[in-house]
Design a protein. Structure first.
Lengths: 191, 191
DNA sequence: CTTCGATGTCAACGGTTGTTGGCCTACAGT
DNA sequence: ACTGTAGGCCAACAACCGTTGACATCGAAG
């Protein structure tokens, strides 16, 4: 009220407000049900501002779905603890930022979102798996299997909300899933 | 052409045509992008017929998403082969019927579809796991974990289409996933 | 103080969607 | 042969969507 907000900061503030509202709506409703009008209402601005700042709905989604897995350095992790470290990291990453839920919900129906999802796991996860690469030829496969287990966990816990998966404590889930990831990373098929 | 089709069969035929087209569209596009008009066009009838036969879009989806996992009798399977049998069964079931892909796509954005998904896994899968129940208290958890791995596999292979998961041969996937299911069914957390 | 550009608002457009009611046609029961 | 009725089509409605353009407002540079 009293202190006038500098002008250059104002646009950045609303930009951020739009992005926050967009992530919430995309996460809760998916790409098609999340309307620009609803997002603008949440951010307390006019729908046309969304267009001005992000060009189109797809542009807004692309900005809102920018995501970094923030995978830790795996080189200084004891090889037999890789599964546990990864399982715990993903669970915490997911629980603290709804961007990933938004991306997952949207990826089921929106081709662009699916493409972005492929990019994230192909680039970030595959690269991380490659750093301790004891099996260069199978790296992509191993990363894919890890993604399948991780995304299945996220899907059942945050999207479909299967009761047993929702009710389990994070550490309980880590205990169950860690050995699976460990085998996908360093083991062989058929046990 | 020559022989007139009996009237009672005609309606059943178009009912089935609608259902088939609906499953295809729901599987390919998800709930919101699959329009009644497109489904009707595929079935070569008028959109209003869809309403007459199924009441509403939600009613049509409910009918199209009716699904039986067709889980085999698990009582006469050697306990140490449960994971392998289940993994192979799910993969074949999924590859042969796109209903499940339609349900999975829709479950990400449509609450009714998610509810139906919960029902399928809570009823059919949990019941199957309970038949050889060596751990009555943990049955629901074990079924949930199996669902997480199975759905993660389906999501990455049929929906998001992660290249390594798409390219792997079915038996290759079975070899990797079977031990995971086996441990979720009969093992303990933390290996 | 004036001027210019960026920020924000308002109203509207064109298109698509689920859904509805009226109309035509042709077959089954009498 | 006649009639009622069910299958099928056409046109339209009301609502909602993404998107656009014109107009107001206000802070900063000259």
């Amino acid at each position: 009220m009293a202190t006038a907000t500098p002008r250059t900061q104002r646009s950045d503030a609303t930009r951020a407000a739009i992005l926050r509202a967009a992530r919430e709506r995309f996460a809760a409703d998916g790409y098609e049900r999340a309307t620009i009008r609803a997002i603008a209402a949440d951010a307390r601005i006019d729908p046309s501002m969304v267009m001005r700042y992000y060009g189109s709905k797809e542009g807004l989604f692309a900005a809102a779905a920018e995501f970094d897995l923030r995978l830790p350095e795996l080189t200084d992790v004891p090889p037999e603890q890789l599964g546990e470290v990864l399982a715990r990291h993903f669970l915490h990453r997911w629980e603290g930022d709804e961007t990933m839920a938004a991306l997952l919900r949207a990826a089921s129906t929106n081709p662009g979102a699916a493409e972005k999802m492929r990019g994230i796991f192909a680039d970030q996860l595959t690269a991380a798996v490659a750093t301790f690469g004891t099996d260069p030829a199978g790296t992509a496969q191993r990363a894919g299997l890890v993604a399948a287990q991780i995304l299945g966990l996220a899907l059942t816990r945050y999207i479909v909300r299967l009761p047993p998966m929702v009710e389990m404590a994070p550490e309980e889930l880590v205990a169950w899933v860690a050995p699976t990831l460990q085998r996908y990373l360093t083991g062989n098929p058929g046990r």
